[in-house]
Design a protein around this ligand. Sequence first.
Ligand SMILES: [Zn+2]
Length: 487
Amino acid sequence: MPTEEEDTRKVQTAVAGFPDADRPVYLPMDAASYDRFIREYPTREFYCGTLLDGCGRKLTARKYRDKKCHFAHVVSGRCRRTSTNETSADHLYMGRALAAWMKEQKYRNVQVRYKQRGQNLRETVDITYTREGSPLRHLMRVQLARRSKAEWENTDTELHEQWAGVQWLFGPDSMLANWQMDRQGYAIRIQCRPSGVTRVVEVGVQFADAPVEWVPLSRCRMTAHGFQAPALAITPTGLVRRGREARPPASPPVETPAPSPAPSPAGVGPVPSGGSRSPAPTLDHFRAGDDRRATARVVSLLDRLDRTGDDLHHDQLQAALREIAGCEKAMWHPLGPPLSRRVAAWRAHLDAMVKRPTLREICGYADRVRWALGMVAARTAQPVTWMELGDRLDGRLPALHPDDKVSVLVEVDRATCSDRPLLSALVAARGNRVHPLYAQVLHHLDRPVPAAEQAQASWEADVLEHRRLRVLEDRQYSVIVQRLDRS
Ligand SMILES: [Zn+2]
């Protein structure tokens, strides 16, 4: 076997030409596409590109019939590149495609930056440009990395101070499009999709009530009002959702699937009143239509929560549940039981999240628990349970989430000298057993964590140490008292 076989990393992307190139290359995994791929790149100059966070060394494209084709380093060795999958060059595909698209539209001084100071690759892609006849520089930012709402808003404010115009495009994982949608009614999304031996860049407009319709960049334009995709129309006041230009938000006729023989202009006018085919729709029809639309929105919100809800901050979760509540309120009939159950589960999850204490509350608990355990240590060194702590200090303590109990104890012992046992050792499980969270507290405080079978014995040793110290300190105390008596 040749030594290069040692490189077992499955690298799916590279750059072509030279190590610092921004020309991304994507190797399809199937052997059938491999030959097409090689025809495209006859010189086979592939590198573990620096703009991919790679080592810059040469790669060869490997063809396999029995497993996925991939790139491998020609010379094995250490490579610090962590992201090697098929999406790992998408920032380069996006940057190049957007820059070329802007140049085609005759924008000037178009420049791409893949990395901002203090950031990593794949967090953002910036395209800067000027318009003809104006020195003002504008920014188009592709947000790829996930950020919180507050972080994004701060960045947005800063960018607006620096640039004459700021256009946001949101990548697949940024989780920020909803906030932009709240602001302006829509958000521009961007993604890459594999297509033969390359990846194509697609954009779409995200609205609150419809799935994103992806289109190639060539069907979009950059306007003075911002990024215009086919779903958006230009009006004197800016870009708005196509079909909603002139009228206030009217409900579209999603009522009956029967095609209307004479469609109204733009297809979204009010329900035709003089329909030739069917009798005039009844009130029930309208109500059913309302309910269908509201239900569809609830389903899409729930699907989003199922996909991403665990990672949301509680205010984001709250906003989604508020919107669901609004939909429910607007409905003529209640949601069906399966949907109601899903909604109830997310509400319960939110309640549990909201009830978790803040860090400040954790520190408040910790101050009181530290005081109580200090008293225990000085008097008897006899461990207490969370229930007993609850009786003495605060009834909420025993009901805390286990993670919060660990946090409280970590705060209790944060300043404990390393040559003394933790005060947390004085919190036991019932029956004078080591508390199951004790190991986590030790771990968080960089103390040695005993193996599971040693946990009880090790904890008992810590409690004994507390008793030894108590006796010692008692003696010192009586010595001092005796001295005082004598003097
Ligand atoms: Zn490498």
